[in-house]
Design a protein around this ligand. Structure first.
Ligand code: ATP
Length: 138
């Protein structure tokens, strides 16, 4: 089994219970969960790889605009399976190409896309440590 980090972003935290049902029905195990309101500094640290991009300032404003829910998930091939369930980055593209995906259902626009998923093994481990610094590495 593999671990990944999911985030329910500020525009979707009201749908947490609904999203949790889909997560469990899709075969993921919820290892840890934490609700947190990031400061702009913390959001910038989390998204450091996007620093300098045009959308960076508004991404930081969005991600620090309200509480988020960080969830560590596990499953066989969790990283790719979770991103598949999320659908494309843009909510609009998700609605066009994968209407059953979580972003198609819960997203708002290109930026406010409801959910995050780690994109690689090393990012998953870094992101899990970011939100759950005390978690035991197996
Ligand atoms: P995430 O990392 O949140 O799972 P992702 O890997 O699909 O999403 P990235 O390219 O890593 O997408 O971008 C990180 C986040 O920045 C996106 O989820 C979205 O909220 C925002 N974003 C990405 N591209 C754009 C864009 N062109 N315009 C506005 N916001 C964007």
């Amino acid at each position: 089994v593999e671990r990944t980090l999911a985030i329910i972003k500020p525009d979707a935290t009201e749908k947490e219970e609904e999203i949790k049902d889909i997560v469990l029905r899709s075969g993921f195990t919820i290892l840890q969960r934490r609700k947190v309101h990031l400061t702009p500094e913390q959001a910038s640290e989390f998204y450091a790889e996007h620093y300098g991009k045009l959308f960076f300032p508004s991404l930081i404003a969005y991600m620090s605009s309200g509480p988020i829910v960080a969830v560590a998930l596990s499953k066989d091939k969790a990283i790719s399976h979770w991103r598949q369930l999320l659908g494309p980055t843009s909510t609009f593209k998700a609605r066009d190409t994968n209407p059953d995906s979580l972003r198609a259902i819960y997203g708002t626009d290109d930026q406010r896309n409801a959910l995050h998923g780690s994109d690689s093994y090393s990012n998953a481990e870094r992101e899990i440590r970011f939100f759950f610094p005390d978690s035991v590495v197996e």
